[in-house]
Design a protein around this ligand. Structure first.
Ligand code: NAG
Ligand code: NAG
Ligand code: NAG
Ligand code: NAG
Ligand code: NAG
Ligand code: NAG
Ligand code: NAG
Length: 330
């Protein structure tokens, strides 16, 4: 089993090595993808200069305080558009430093591609010569999952579904500066389930809803029966865990649109946004993959099980991550 999976993984890696850029993640830099579709720019080209100007205008910006940057630079065929988005739970300093890091990592990782995307634990950066503002993009998918299994699967899934639905409607009705929601719900076996969802806030409410529905529908592909998982596409992302992984301030600005005072206790599952506990990270790996349609059936079975869990005490979840890149929109 372990050997079969390793072989399969090796095969997947080889199959994609010539098509995509493959990443073994550095701490927190979860993955990057350099698109070949829109071609390359050359050294000292106007495009490169515009890109550099653009990226430094993002990292040097001191006005934006809501974690979302949609900037462009240049004209006509040399125009570059960029989006940077911080997870809704990080503070301003952490956001800026995450984006700063992702700019240098992504420049290094994708030295000459016109279009690229990089995902950090707490922020995302993408740029392209295409129009990307206000356009829902769920083409590139990146998954991570917790290797621990759920025992009461049906109940767990029910709680997860309900929690994600509630968060989705809250996030989607957010403003053009912030479409983010986090919360918790009581899961089976005395556990608490925590989740967050986020769209780039330039999306319309409808597109955000659509994007989150799509990625929720992808959970079975990565995270079926798992105690935690993450799905990222360029326009939205979600995460769930049975420990609190987001900052306690996450929900401060996020009271539901019209909160009627509850006279009786809310029906189960309990979806709650008052956060008091200190997060605790369990010592196991998360595995990750970016998948391709070509390989999706294999990917589903492989589940990255070729990696041993026994190394998990040492590091939380970076050494073990492998990315495979999804090339075609679904
Ligand atoms: C773009 O550059 C990469 C190397 O960075 C190369 O592998 C690829 O073939 C180039 N694509 C085109 C269309 O020139
Ligand atoms: C790019 O510009 C720099 C400074 O103007 C120059 O030193 C370098 O040789 C140029 N590189 C190419 C590939 O043209
Ligand atoms: C931004 O990144 C550069 C390296 O590219 C580093 O020298 C600088 O200290 C970083 N600044 C912040 C605020 O993280
Ligand atoms: C982006 O660049 C590619 C390759 O140079 C080009 O074919 C395409 O038309 C450009 N797109 C836009 C919107 O300029
Ligand atoms: C989870 O379940 C899968 C499939 O049933 C099994 O291969 C794997 O070892 C289990 N993982 C853990 C951490 O128990
Ligand atoms: C950038 O985002 C802000 C906030 O969502 C929005 O008001 C603005 O129209 C966007 N700009 C572009 C060029 O899309
Ligand atoms: C961190 C945490 O546990 N937050 C809340 C989750 O929901 C329960 C009730 O269901 C609250 O008591 C917690 O404060």
């Amino acid at each position: 089993m372990a050997i079969g999976s390793s072989r399969l993984f090796f095969f997947l890696l080889c199959a994609l090595a010539h098509l995509t850029t493959l990443t073994v993640a550095q701490p927190n830099f979860l993955y990057h993808f350099c698109s070949d579709q829109l071609g390359n720019y050359t050294t000292n080209s106007t495009y490169q200069k515009n890109l550099n100007t653009l990226l430094s205008s993002i990292t040097s910006n001191s006005e934006i305080n809501y974690g979302f940057y949609n900037f462009s630079a240049g004209q006509n065929s040399d125009k570059v558009n960029a989006i940077a988005l911080c997870s809704g739970d990080v503070n301003l300093d952490a956001c800026r430093s995450c984006i700063n890091d992702s700019v240098s990592e992504l420049k290094q990782s994708c030295p000459n591609q016109k279009e690229a995307i990089g995902q950090y634990d707490k922020c995302m950066l993408r740029y392209s010569n295409r129009t990307i503002f206000g356009v829902m993009d769920s083409s590139r998918k990146f998954y991570m999952w917790n290797t621990e299994n759920v025992s009461s699967v049906d109940q767990f899934n029910q709680v997860l579904r309900t929690l994600l639905e509630s968060l989705r409607s809250r996030a989607a009705s957010g403003s053009s500066l912030r479409k983010f929601a986090a919360g918790n719900a009581t899961a089976p076996d005395f556990k608490m389930l925590y989740a967050l969802v986020q769209c780039t806030p330039d999306l319309s409410k409808e597109d955000c809803t659509d994007c989150l529905i799509r990625i929720t529908g992808l959970i079975p592909k990565c995270c079926d029966r798992k105690e935690g998982g993450r799905v990222f596409v360029p326009s939205c992302n979600l995460r769930f865990e049975i420990y609190r992984f987001y900052e306690p301030t996450a929900d401060v600005e996020l009271t539901p649109p019209s909160p009627p005072p509850l006279l009786s206790p809310p029906p189960p599952p309990n979806i709650n946004t008052a956060i008091t506990e200190v997060p605790s990270e369990p010592a196991f790996f998360m595995h990750s993959s970016v998948e391709s349609d070509m390989l999706s059936s294999q990917d589903h079975n492989s589940g990255a099980t070729g990696f041993s869990q026994s190394k998990s005490e040492v590091e939380p979840f970076s050494a073990n991550e492998v990315s495979i890149t999804e090339l075609y929109p679904r």
